[in-house]
Design a protein around this ligand. Structure first.
Ligand code: PEP
Ligand code: MG
Length: 328
C-alpha cells in the first residue's frame, strides 16, 4: 500500500467528478518541511509556530524565529505556508511563561492561551510579527490567529502585525509582497459572528480539534471520552456545514486543519458538506488522496444531506457502508 501512495505523489487530489481538493499538511518543526516534497502536498496549511517555543528552554529570540520561518518558506518554494501565531497555554505549558496547569488554571483549554495571552502580552506577538514579516520579505505571507472568540480579537491581532509592517516600511525594509490574514474558527461563539468576521478576513481555517471539544464540552485529551463523541456525529457535521456555506456565500476560502481531516471517512464527509481545502498530518496525505480520487462527490452530497436530515445518530456506519458500496 505504501508503494501505492508513493505513486500518488505526483497525481492531483481530484474527485472522480472533477473537484480539485487543496490538500495541505500540518507542520511545526524545521524538518517537517521535507514532508512537502515527500507527499506532494499543495502547501503547509497549518504551521504550528509554538513548537519552537515548546522545545526551547528559553523564549526563542526574534532572530531565531525569523530563521525558522525563512527556512520553511524557502523549502516550500512556490507552495503556500500558513503560519499560525503562537498557541501556547492550554495543554501546551512553557517553562518561561506562566500559563496553563503550571499556574493553577483549572480548565487550561478554556484558559489564558493562544491569542488571549498574545493580546495581553503583546511583546511576544510583536516580536513574532516582525520575524514573520522579515522572513517573508519579497514573498507572500499567510498568517492566521488561533482561538479567536470574537471578531474584535482578529482586528487587534491584525493591528499588531500591521503596526510592525508600517515600522519596517518606515525604515525602507523589504516587505512581504502580499499579506493574507486568516482566522481560525475553534471557538463555537465565533460561528455565530461570521457575518461580522468574514468581510475582514482573507481565509478561514476550522480547527476541529478544539472546536469539537468545545461543541461537545468534552476534553480532547480525556481518553474516557475519546470513543463517545464522534467527528461524524450529525451535530458536528451540521455545524461545520453551516460555517462552510456561510464562508462560501461571502467568497472567503474555508478549510479544515484539525486532525479530523486526516481520517479517510471523516475527510470524505467533509468533502460531502462542501469542504475543498484540507490540512492534515503528512502521513495521511496518501490515504486521503486515494479516497478523493475514488470519490464521486456528486453522488455523496445528496446521500450525506439525506443522512443529516434523517435524525440518525450513527453516521459512521452508514457512511462506511456507502463508501464500500461505491468503491471509495
Ligand atoms: C485545532 O484545534 O483543530 C487545531 C488545528 O489546532 P491545535 O490542534 O494546534 O490546537
Ligand atoms: Mg486548536
Amino acid at each position: 500500500r505504501l508503494a501505492d501512495y508513493a505513486a500518488l505523489r505526483d497525481l492531483p487530489p481530484v474527485t472522480k467528478d472533477g473537484t480539485r481538493i487543496t490538500l495541505m499538511i500540518n507542520a511545526g518543526l524545521r524538518d517537517d518541511a521535507a514532508a512537502l516534497q515527500l507527499t506532494g502536498a499543495d502547501g503547509i496549511g497549518l504551521f504550528r509556530t509554538e513548537f519552537q517555543f515548546l522545545v526551547s528552554a528559553t523564549l526563542p529570540r526574534r532572530e531565531s524565529q525569523q530563521r525558522l520561518y525563512r527556512a520553511i518558506i524557502e523549502e516550500a518554494g512556490d507552495k503556500p505556508v500558513i503560519f499560525r501565531t503562537v498557541d501556547v497555554g492550554g495543554d501546551k505549558a512553557l517553562p518561561y511563561i506562566e500559563v496553563g496547569n503550571g499556574v493553577g488554571e483549572e480548565n487550561p483549554a478554556m484558559g489564558w492561551r493562544a491569542l488571549r495571552l498574545a493580546l495581553d502580552r503583546d511583546g511576544l506577538m510583536k516580536a513574532q510579527a516582525r520575524a514573520l514579516l522579515e522572513a517573508a520579505a519579497g514573498r507572500e505571507l499567510n498568517i492566521m490567529f488561533p482561538m479567536i472568540s470574537e471578531p474584535w480579537e482578529f482586528d487587534a491581532a491584525k493591528a499588531i502585525v500591521e503596526h510592525q509592517r508600517e515600522w519596517l516600511a518606515g525604515r525602507k525594509k523589504l516587505l512581504p509582497a502580499k499579506i493574507n490574514y486568516g482566522a481560525m474558527l475553534e471557538v463555537p461563539a465565533l460561528a455565530e459572528m461570521l457575518d461580522m468576521l468574514l468581510p475582514k478576513i482573507d481565509f478561514l481555517s476550522i480547527g476541529t480539534n478544539d472546536l469539537t471539544q468545545f461543541l461537545f464540552a468534552a476534553d480532547r485529551a480525556n481518553p474516557k471520552l475519546a470513543e463517545r463523541y464522534d467527528w461524524l456525529s450529525p451535530a458536528i457535521l451540521r455545524f461545520l456545514r453551516r460555517i462552510v456555506r456561510t464562508s462560501k456565500d461571502y467568497g472567503v476560502p474555508v478549510g479544515v486543519c484539525g486532525e479530523m481531516g486526516g481520517r479517510t471517512l471523516e475527510s470524505m464527509a467533509l468533502i460531502g458538506i462542501g469542504v475543498e481545502r484540507l490540512s492534515i498530518t503528512p502521513a495521511a496525505v496518501g490515504p486521503v488522496k486515494a479516497m478523493i480520487r475514488s470519490l464521486d462527490r456528486g453522488q455523496l452530497v445528496p446521500e450525506l444531506e439525506k443522512l443529516l436530515a434523517s435524525g440518525r445518530a450513527d453516521l459512521r456506519t452508514a457512511l462506511s457502508d456507502w463508501a464500500q458500496a461505491h468503491d471509495v
